[in-house]
Design a binder for this molecule. Sequence first.
Ligand code: ZN
Length: 343
Amino acid sequence: MSGTGIVRDDLFIDHDPGEWHPESPARLEAIYRMLDNRTWPHLITLDRRMAAKEEITLVHTPAYFGKIAQTQGRSSSYLDPDTRTSPRSFEAALAAAGGLIQLVELVLEGELDNGFALVRPPGHHAETDRAMGFCLFNNIAIAAAWALKSEGLSRVMIVDWDLHHGNGTQYTFYENPRVLYFSTHQYPYYPGSGGLSETGRGRGEGFTINVPLGRGHGDQEYTAILQRIVQPVARAYQPELILVSAGFDIYFQDPLGGMKVTEEGFAAMARILKSLAEELCGGRLVFTLEGGYHIDGQTAGIEKVLEVLQGSGSAGEKLARSEAPEPKIVEAVRRHQAPYWKF
Ligand SMILES: [Zn+2]
């Protein structure tokens, strides 16, 4: 078996945070329809794999796991003002985290080239003992922690290009040098964290890199930031696995966001990360879906990313190769990261 693995499951569509909620089942319905509307010779859909309690509690407290488990079968429970469950949300959250773990496992074992977990609920806002911002379990943090523990990895790099800062992921590994967390995000904005001076603590000092951005950044700025910060830092860090919190709420028409990224931009970013993974860690690159609230925009972006992952099409090629001028923020990040990284 080789190719691009995907996690896809109708169970994720059963997670319903309520009418009019932007993080709606319609997001994945559109993505799955896109997958069914053409042939994908290199995509492999994985079987359902539920995360075990012991895996969820690599990141979350047992008490928090119990709290989410209790929502099972209940018509609805509010976990925070934005985050509501439906009867099958707990199962969907277990399958999202478990699916991503399985994808990581198969990529690390060389059974798959790379992968994309097309799951909900998303994860990067979920903290150790707290649901937040549409997220129940922190899928990417759980998968990274699992890779450290079960596969014995020493260095995992997480690239989070979602519109929002991944507070849950950052705090999970804030004192841990075995996970390098990199995030671009609109700032100041929800959830409020992600400032330049948040660079890690204790042994984790220097292993958190935040790139807070004002509104209006587009394809050129995002690709330039990956080229000018992520590439050199990754070359110095030498990750054994690259994970991506892929949020499509930086799309230019997203109703929650103020960014200007197009399908070409998403393709170019995926292309840059794919070549970096090929250069540094045998191509081991796994994406997981976070936000994205313009249904057609996120679907088009994901289609392009999947083409890049499976090595077809030429979307984003020119953009990924071009050298855009350095965005202003890079110098500020450089100053804050100077004790730790040269770029
Ligand atoms: Zn987001």
